[in-house]
Design a protein around this ligand. Structure first.
Ligand code: UT7
Length: 335
């Protein structure tokens, strides 16, 4: 175990659309209030991609920043995984579109659909391909234009979600005991009905009926999802510490999926992690689905005082449609 090759995060980039949709904008669209949204979710505004642009547009921009920061050219990439539930189109995959747009000539890759856990599941998959020795440079992207699936007359969902993308570059860590050390991932299809888009797949292809029924929009039973999210995101975050012989006190930063402040607070409390160690940016971006965890990581690495240094433990955690959830333990490493 000690000498196992691991993956580490070498670089990061992001893209956030310029257009802001504020709580007061939403007050004009649906029966809601700034006070309700802030107190129940923690969100003040979110970003919305302009119509006519897709998931790949944001993915390319996040990737450009990520690779430039590392001084790595797209031709060097071996693998591209894009976590998304809002690909440009059903196929080809956004990974293929991105590969072509950036000129990653030797990379293979695919999209990974795991709701808001899309980035974490993609990170785990890429890390294990690096561990195997088959892949040396992997690009992992979380990119979602979730506004393309939102019904802006449904106050239960339209206040929560926003668009965004972020990308990380994974490489092999050459020092034992550092990098991405552990993953604790789960799915439970029994909860799938609580958060889904029913139309547009092979079961309910687009038709006048599916459009009239609103089946191409996100459906969410907020209360049911909330209950599972609080329990499961807390459980996996505590478990990953315990099984690695750590406690909340050993953790430098907790970087959770940004779905609801109350879910984040519950998980941090169960882990015994102080507020200042928890990355929260939900107020600015809302729930950006697959981009949520890497956007929070970006902030932790590049926009906060006292960023992680070699040896610091970080825990990433997510929960999403599927249902899907998981956590990751990493020990920060720099060459
Ligand atoms: O990221 C993937 C996973 N997704 C999540 O983790 C989301 C989990 N769910 C949540 O974050 C919360 O359930 C929501 C933020 C979606 C909703 O908050 P809640 O405290 O669970 O509200 P609720 O659905 O229990 O509704 C409470 C009340 C209802 O009114 P009544 O029936 O008590 O009269 C709703 O109709 O709040 C009402 N309500 C609203 N009021 C003002 C629901 N949405 C709104 C709104 N503005 N936007």
């Amino acid at each position: 175990m000690e000498n196992k090759r691991t993956a580490y995060i070498r670089s990061i980039g992001r893209f956030l659309p310029e257009k802001k949709l504020t709580n007061s904008d939403l007050e004009k669209l649906v029966d809601t209030s700034n006070e309700w949204i802030v107190s129940r979710t923690g969100i003040s505004e979110r970003r919305i991609l302009e119509p006519g642009l897709g998931c790949s547009y944001m993915a390319v921009r996040a990737t450009d920043e990520c690779l430039e920061r590392a001084g790595v050219s797209p031709e060097e990439l071996d693998l591209i995984i894009v976590g998304t539930v809002t690909p440009d189109m059903l196929f080809p995959s956004t990974a293929c579109l991105l590969q072509n747009m950036i000129g990653a000539k030797k990379a293979w890759g695919f999209d990974l659909s795991a709701g808001c856990s899309g980035f974490l599941f993609s990170l785990s998959t890429a890390a294990q391909l690096i561990e195997s020795g088959r892949v040396n440079k992997a690009l992992v992207v979380g990119s979602d234009v979730i506004s393309s699936l939102i019904d802006y007359t449904d106050r239960g969902t339209c206040v929560i979600f926003g668009d965004g993308a972020a990308a990380v570059l994974l490489e092999a860590c050459t020092e034992p005991g550092y990098g991405l050390l552990d993953f604790n991932l789960h799915i439970d299809g029994a909860g799938g009905e609580f958060l889904c888009v029913k139309g547009g797949g092979s079961l309910r292809p687009a038709s006048h009926e599916t459009v009239d029924n609103g089946e191409h929009y996100v459906y969410q039973d907020g209360r049911a999802v909330f209950k599972s999210a609080v329990t499961e995101m807390s459980n996996v975050s505590v478990e990953i510490l315990e099984r690695n012989g750590l406690t909340g006190k050993d953790v430098k930063l907790f970087i959770p999926h940004q779905a609801n402040n109350r879910i984040i607070e519950a998980a941090a409390k169960r882990m015994g992690i102080e507020e200042e160690k928890v990355i929260v940016n939900i107020n600015k971006y809302g729930n950006t689905v697959s981009a949520s965890v890497p956007l929070a990581l970006y902030e932790a690495l590049l926009e906060r005082d006292n960023p992680p240094v070699k040896g610091d433990y970080l825990v990433l955690a997510a929960f999403g449609a599927g249902l899907t959830w998981g956590s990751t333990l990493l020990r920060w490493w720099e060459k």
